[in-house]
Ligand binder design. Sequence first.
Ligand SMILES: Cc1cc2nc3c(=O)[nH]c(=O)nc-3n(C[C@H](O)[C@H](O)[C@H](O)COP(=O)(O)OP(=O)(O)OC[C@H]3O[C@@H](n4cnc5c(N)ncnc54)[C@H](O)[C@@H]3O)c2cc1C
Length: 408
Amino acid sequence: MPTQIAVIGGGAAGIFAAVTTAEHNPSAAVTVFEATGEPLDKVRISGGGRCNVTHHCFDPAILIGNYPRGGRELRGPFSHFQPRDTIEWFARRGVTLKAESDGRMFPTTDSSATIINCLLDSSRTAGVSIKLNARVKHVGLDDSGSFVLSTHDSGQHRFDRVLIATGNSPNGHRFAERLGHTIVPAVPSLFTFKVNDPRLSGLSGVSFDRVEATLYAGETVMRQTGPMLITHWGLSGPAILKLSAWGARALHDTRYKASLEINFLLNRAPDDVSAAISAERTEHGKRKVHAHPLFNLPRRYWEQLTAHADIEKSTTWSTLSKTQATSLISELAAARFEIRGKGVFKEEFVTCGGVSLREIDFRTMQSRIRPGLFFAGEILDIDGVTGGFNFQSAWTTGFLAGRAMATL
Ligand SMILES: Cc1cc2nc3c(=O)[nH]c(=O)nc-3n(C[C@H](O)[C@H](O)[C@H](O)COP(=O)(O)OP(=O)(O)OC[C@H]3O[C@@H](n4cnc5c(N)ncnc54)[C@H](O)[C@@H]3O)c2cc1C
């Protein structure tokens, strides 16, 4: 009788694990149970249909800095399977990945179908059985210690090893809980900030190359740098998305009411700003302040910023008062905005929370509580910032779980 292995969930982590198990142990019988009729559905819609498979970062010590939760635990796993291995894995199967200037990696076809076809072809070749429309309703144990899975239509199935890879679905959390695991409550991560402020009004689409954004949410204070974008509803862009991910719990606890401070003058001291203003006074005293942005700030934003600093349209650099100059400096170095809620980021919906990482052996992704039970992917309390890090965590944890299920 071959070793019977079940994978619950036909997403990125589940399919990757199933292929790995079947390739490492061709005599094992590997069955994937997928609730829907479409395996890898999130891969299909990911990265705007292009699938941002991984990130061009090959140093595990740097890579883990992109995981607000789970970075420390992923340090070891990344020394076994990291983005370089992902690239090689797909290349061996005929799929080439390319890196964009910001490090995100996509298939050269720019189509998520390439990744889906590769994973499904690999499953077929390795002899993995994928059962579609097979929602698992219950996972229990029989007297001999085997796992018993119930599906709504085809009754009960016995397995020696089970991997739960159900993503952020609450029923996966329930299975884990019934088998003795602790679930860290789920809260959203990776979202934009709703900000209703006259400085942003009508400026949707205006972007800033690099700002320093500081979030004040309850007792939590955190800072990120990067590009920022004004949207219809408020603020987005890498600096904001990183804050939303790192501050996910604090923002949830404050019901998404928090303050944000933006420094548009990265690497410049307030003295530099005073010096720039003095230079304008001497060299362009007759110029209207509101019409001449400093430090390459977008002109439309500058106009609203100067109005917010109580600088009338008629004010010239030479008539700018000391008080106005002070407010201008503070608008540039520490502009304060009130966050009033959270918005969506291109429908990319990532949650933090899930199976507590203390209960997992990260060498094998096996449960420390229930031998023979494994976890991979988003069901774990791991989440990455945008850029391909979430799929990389699914490939890495799927690979380690798959290899361990094949060999333990
Ligand atoms: C719109 C969008 C775009 C994204 N783009 C990117 C991107 O470009 N790059 C990136 O790194 N990350 C991206 N992400 C995040 C990424 O998709 C997830 O981190 C990743 O899919 C997690 O993989 P997973 O296998 O753990 O879970 P999932 O992909 O969610 O798979 C879980 C599977 O389990 C199945 N399932 C659930 N319950 C049961 C059950 N009881 N029985 C049987 N099956 C069950 C589900 O139907 C599903 O197919 C994106 C997410 C979204 C929503």
